[in-house]
Design a protein around this ligand. Structure first.
Ligand SMILES: CC(C)(COP(=O)(O)OP(=O)(O)OC[C@H]1O[C@@H](n2cnc3c(N)ncnc32)[C@H](O)[C@@H]1OP(=O)(O)O)[C@@H](O)C(=O)NCCC(=O)NCCS
Length: 168
């Protein structure tokens, strides 16, 4: 199914901290085992935290007629020996919009942005998260390792697959 024509992908601007807060908290609430952070930890933060994150970082949103329905983040590592690497984080598409290409378009936005900045992009994803692993694999990422017991949640330990995409 193609992405609905009403969906647009673009980078959030600094004034959109509230939109980032909305989609980030929805992600943490509806997919708690997909992320390293938790709803409880981030819901307690002020709006200024989210505004700062958007202003100082890089967050792309998927919007349906002005309403945010998905997101993905990117940052470049710091330091002369590590700033050739970027990290994709926080990937999420609202349940009603899945399997229609929005996730693919968000990853594409990160790769396009990262190509001018870094030589490679890494990410981590729970080994049980087959939809996300399938999406990243389709977008050129490959698994280079596994971190056993990377996270400990209410349901037990979770292993993370470590993935990389070379950009040059
Ligand atoms: C993972 C996620 C972002 C995928 O978003 P999406 O918009 O549904 O993805 P797309 O529609 O762009 O799918 C692109 C490709 O990914 C793969 N894929 C996506 N969902 C899949 C599923 N449920 N099962 C198998 N493969 C899937 C397929 O290869 C798909 O291509 P196809 O539709 O031609 O078969 C979405 O399921 C999600 O937000 N999940 C909860 C949060 C999460 O797990 N985030 C990842 C944290 S690392």
């Amino acid at each position: 199914m193609p992405t609905p024509k009403t969906i647009a992908i673009r980078r959030l601007v600094p004034s959109e901290g509230a939109a980032y807060r909305q989609i980030r908290l929805e992600a943490l609430k509806t997919a708690p085992d997909a992320f390293g952070s938790s709803y409880e930890a981030e819901a307690a933060r002020d709006l200024s935290h989210f505004e700062e994150r958007v202003a100082s970082g890089c967050v792309f949103g998927a919007f349906d007629r002005g309403r945010i329905i998905g997101m993905v983040g990117f940052y470049q590592q710091s330091g002369a020996k590590q700033n050739h690497k970027g990290v994709l984080w926080g990937m999420y598409v609202a349940p009603g919009y899945r399997k229609s290409g929005a996730g693919r378009r968000l990853v594409r936005a990160v790769v396009s942005h990262a190509t001018d900045l870094v030589d490679l992009v890494t990410l981590s994803v729970m080994t049980e998260n087959q939809p996300a692993i399938a999406l990243y694999s389709e977008m050129g990422f490959r698994t280079y390792g596994t971190e056993p017991r990377a996270l400990k949640s209410a349901t037990g330990y979770l292993d993370e697959a470590l993935m990389i995409r070379d950009l040059n």
